[in-house]
Design a protein around this ligand. Sequence first.
Ligand code: AMP
Length: 550
Amino acid sequence: MQGLMMNMPLMISSLIRHADRYHGDTEIVSRTIEGPIHRYTYADAHARSRRLARALVRLGVQASDRVGTLAWNGHRHFELYYGVSGMGAIVHTINPRLFLEQLAYIVGHAEDRLIFFDLTFVPLVQKLAPLCKGVKAWIALTDRTHLPTESIPGVLCYEDLLAAETDAYEWPEFDENTAAGLCYTSGTTGNPKGVLFSHRSTILHAFATCLPDAKGYSAQSVVLPIVPMFHVNAWGIPYSAPLVGAKIVFPGAGLDGKSLYEMFEREHVTSSAGVPTVWLGLIAYMKQNNLKFSTLEVTTIGGAAVPPAMMQTLRDDFGIRVMHGWGMTEMSPVGTIGSPKAKHRDISADERFRLALKQGRPLYGVDMKIVDPEGNELPRDGKSAGNVLVKGPWVLREYFRNEGGNPLTPDGWLPTGDVGTLDIDGYLQITDRSKDMIKSGGEWISSIELENIAVGHPAVVEAAVIGVRHPKWDERPLLFVVRKQGCDLTREAMLDFYCGKTAKWWIPDDVVFVDELPHTATGKLSKRTLREKYRDYALPTAPVAVRADD
Ligand code: AMP
């Protein structure tokens, strides 16, 4: 017997319609690329998203077409989230920090018809456009006055497109399993793979991440997502904030400590979210200038482990509650968030701190287990470490175009490539990573690609790259080299060898010359041994020139 309740598909457009109808005067504030602070309301954003949907139809966009974005967190990007998905097409948020060849690959793989870009990315678009013949138009997210003068084939002006339309548009209703968003994630080797979110997965994820033990958003919250909208949909905040009617503050390209602090204070931000690296910049700026937050209460930090010193500083010096979160692009991305239970009320401050440093416990909707290398489930005792497997309605089943084949175990779980412990209460602690990747300032570096370059040097017999702790970037690559007998390869010569072969910010921070590398019984390089021994290796202290925008 079927239930007798209305069968309404979970549509992304319903979020913005709800926010318009019940929180119509709640503000969305953005630092624009052009300079001024822009402010409008959910009602305005809804009207403009509908204009955008009409403009997309006029440009020939059809259901399931991919529409790319190269943009910071701002109101126009927010409109694209709703206008594109709402009309049945797929918003493909492109990470501008990828290499040019990777960008060209994913635009081609996604078959993006249109790409909307912020003015910051004009130089990038100039290089990218000739490599992306399938893109019909490049649309600058600006008005006519600021339209780039540089030559970009088929460039259009966003504000002109919207001005030519009315907001008379009814959001279509269709199957909630229809694809709504696309986001590429870097693999250990080879090309990035696409994760295709649906309307249903996006809405369920938005519901769960709003709950009090998760991000705890409400209509009283003022949320500033530092995490970029090109990093797994800013962890879902552009969807969860309208769901509850929270005010949103978009920082644009201003991710330095000073710009962020100004936005936090001016807009009375209560809640935020970002990777540890951005918090470091903000904390340093505030300490240098002896500043305090007047309204910020809580932040989610994830994407990399929160360093204990950061947790302590935010708590003791700034009175901020840190919710440590863990997840991945393949999980939309949130899997766990840390918050105590009633039974923890009377634990000591020390125990509470140790609990907060764990990666949190699964949200309803995410199931999780840890297994040994043979796939046998390990006890939830907080001690046994194993591969972390997940399941749930916002967890990936298959990559876009079935790249890489079936990623699931025979019994339907997704291996995350992370290693950790689970305790009896479900708190996850990540202890290692089985995927051969290094996460630096929130972006991936492939250790295998760096090793392949190193062994291309005539004086190198064997090479290994691991990630070691770095005070600013969380992790940086450290290269181990076994030199050919009689060769006197130096550190400088080895690092110079990388120039021109990879992006500058991928180049290892240091080289350790060894006589031999550790191997497992089956002859495989034992990175685990290296990681255990060198995890706290003191890298040369000078910060590397990693990324211009950080
Ligand atoms: P991404 O798909 O780029 O969001 O990266 C997901 C990966 O980042 C995870 O599989 C982990 O390896 C790492 N990660 C995310 N959050 C945390 C965390 N809180 N602690 C440690 N590693 C994390």
